[in-house]
Design a protein around this ligand. Structure first.
Ligand code: M6R
Length: 591
């Protein structure tokens, strides 16, 4: 879960790569580095720390040359140190590489190369790639990269340059994402389109087992199996550089929370034929298993309730990293439905590949068109919500729930109702954002002083309890647990004491009275009870008012908004950067 970028053209590479790293920082941000080539001279600057802080001491912009590669790291193998930061060089200092992924057989490769006299400077798995290329280098970087790639097991997206062949970047990949950006007299390679979209929107996605060789005027594609040339089609990125900026908000997360009314409208713009075919296939499937991680899984739990209540279709929802223990036993007639913002989550991809091999049909709900999950899927529905940069997912969650809402209604032949509901909902979410922001800031600041918080809900609201708790813990580091309200008495109630914050998801729907009783039980043990409801109740210490709506299944959309804001303001009050929580990365491309 690192970000990589390469550039070859006429612009000053140091400045361009530094800017690109800032755009990719959401993929990992514990260390960073840049290598540029100026004629036959390779220069590497790198260190541990956040990219902007590093630039203050390393001055990436001042690096000479108009080609180079760069990396922002989320540590997997080896601590967060300068030595472990990328780019990594070979023994001679002529070859440099950046890598995203995990080389599973790095220990045996390292021992083999060390026995041949290679000396290693880092504890990383990635450094073996530079030495393997060096070991195979006989005057042709492409050939050497091809030979090196044959020896690698695991996941990788690699960019390699050599001072002996200035004017060329070699790229190759398996499992980790990589695309090539096609410019005029300049070429790019990157983990995703965010760092290059301001220069070009024409991109080619590399598939597993593919490679590319870039010069400033050409991009040639090859199969990693035999280095035979490949014909590849370019796609156009549909969003612009402005979409990937903060637009005056203090953080991406806040901007993305405020983009949710728009996101709801954008979801409606589905390709109707595709949606109808998707709905029909789900209806007919013998078995449907939704697989996802984190927030995306919470949206799938909501989807399960929606499909059940609106279309009478029962689906299973599994955490992707647990699905792998069942994936090899799925049978034809099963649809595995991936839900993912990035479309690159390794645990999801693993289960998809394995169940596809067993004859399952793969369908997905994704945000990033052309992502690995999208490409693996026979049919996809898109969130259409633009790039989501903050690590904490907000607008993508809203959009995922909205896609499920459309889907459930399309399956029941009531698509028009759903479209109308979502338009109405967009206005209600806007009202909430306008009215609730100040109060949620106060609650967030109060929560920042606490150690623990609990989120309770029943039925469809249980998923919001999970999501509210995840938002709080991942960015504020306040421990939070989301659970079914009915489960409380089976253990967790023991943890409630005077002043413990409890958020009760309590809209006036089919769960109202039972949830209310559970909330009252926590209050009787001293909890401070925050009731999220459209209806006031004296049992609440604080009433977080939800707008009235026309369909009970719309309440989850309305209840998550205040919880997102509370988490955001709690993080800010604790002095954390909500966009880049410690130890996490946006796109989890390793298992
Ligand atoms: O890109 P994906 O939707 O597949 O990502 C899944 C999770 O990693 C993601 O939702 C994660 O839980 C977020 N940080 C939550 O805010």
């Amino acid at each position: 879960m690192c970000g990589i970028i390469g550039y070859i053209g006429a612009r000053p590479a140091g400045a361009l790569l530094f800017k690109g790293l800032k755009r990719l920082e959401y993929r990992g941000y514990d260390s960073a580095g840049v290598a540029t080539l100026d004629g036959g001279k390779l220069e590497i600057r790198k260190d541990a720390g956040k990219i902007s802080e590093l630039d203050e001491k390393l001055h990436f912009e001042s690096m000479a040359g108009s080609m180079g590669i760069a990396h922002t790291r989320w540590a997997t193998h080896g601590g967060v140190t300068r030595e472990n930061a990328h780019p990594h060089a070979d023994c001679s200092g002529a070859i440099a590489i950046v890598h995203n992924g995990i080389i599973e057989n790095f220990q045996e490769l390292k021992a083999e190369l060390a026995a041949k006299g290679h000396s290693f400077k880092s504890e990383t798995d990635s450094e073996v790639i530079a030495h393997l290329i060096e070991d195979n280098y006989k005057g042709d970087l492409e050939k050497a990269a091809f030979e090196a790639a044959k020896r690698l097991r695991g996941s990788f997206a690699v960019l390699a340059v050599s001072a002996k062949e200035p004017g060329k970047i070699v790229c190759f990949k398996r499992e980790s994402p990589l695309l090539v950006g096609l410019g005029n007299g300049e070429m790019f390679a990157a983990s995703d389109a965010t760092p290059i979209v301001e220069y070009t929107r024409r991109v080619v996605f590399l598939e597993d087992g593919e490679a590319a060789a870039l010069t400033k005027d050409s991009a040639k594609f090859y199969s990693l199996d035999d280095w035979k040339p490949l014909e590849k089609k370019a796609s156009t990125v549909e969003w612009s550089a402005e979409d990937a900026g903060k637009n005056g908000y203090s953080h991406f997360m806040l901007k993305e929370i405020f983009e949710q009314p728009q996101a709801l409208k954008a979801v409606i713009a589905q390709d109707e034929k595709n949606l109808a075919a998707f709905a029909e296939e789900l209806k007919k499937a013998k078995r449907v298993i939704a697989v996802a991680c984190g927030t995306a899984r919470h949206s799938a739990v909501i989807g399960k309730h929606m499909l059940d209540r609106v279309a009478g279709k029962d689906i299973e929802v599994l955490i992707a990293s647990e699905f792998e223990y069942f994936a090899d036993r799925v049978e034809p007639g099963t649809i595995v439905l991936a839900v993912s913002q990035s479309g690159e989550t390794a645990d999801v991809l693993d289960g998809l590949r394995r169940s596809k091999a067993k004859g399952a049909r793969i369908m997905s709900i994704v945000n990033v068109k052309g992502s690995s999950i999208d490409r693996l899927s026979e049919r996809s529905l898109y969130l259409n919500c633009g790039p989501e940069i903050a690590v904490a997912s907000t607008k993508a969650f809203m959009a995922q729930c909205a896609v499920f809402y459309l889907l459930a209604h399309a399956m029941a032949g009531k698509l028009e109702k759903a479209e109308g509901d979502l338009r109405l909902l967009s206005g209600l979410v806007q009202q909430e954002l306008d009215a609730a922001n100040g109060k949620m800031k106060e609650i967030g600041e109060e929560l920042a002083k606490k150690q623990n918080a609990y989120y309770l809900g029943r039925g469809v609201n249980y998923a919001i309890a999970l999501e509210g708790a995840l938002k709080l813990k991942e960015i504020s580091y306040v421990h939070a647990e989301g659970m079914p309200a009915g489960e409380l008495k089976h253990g967790t109630l023991a943890l409630i004491e005077k002043g413990t914050p409890v958020f009760l998801l309590n809209p006036e729907d089919y769960t109202y009275y039972e949830s209310l009783s559970n909330g009252i039980e926590t209050r009787a043990r001293g909890a401070k009870l925050f009731g999220l409801s459209n209806k006031e109740n004296k049992a609440y210490d604080e009433w977080i008012r939800l707008p009235e709506t026309i369909d009970a299944l719309l309440y989850p959309f309305l209840s998550i908004v205040p919880l997102q804001l509370i988490a955001y303001y709690a993080a800010v009050a604790r002095g954390n950067d909500p966009d880049k929580p410690r130890n996490l990365a946006k796109s989890v491309t390793v298992k």
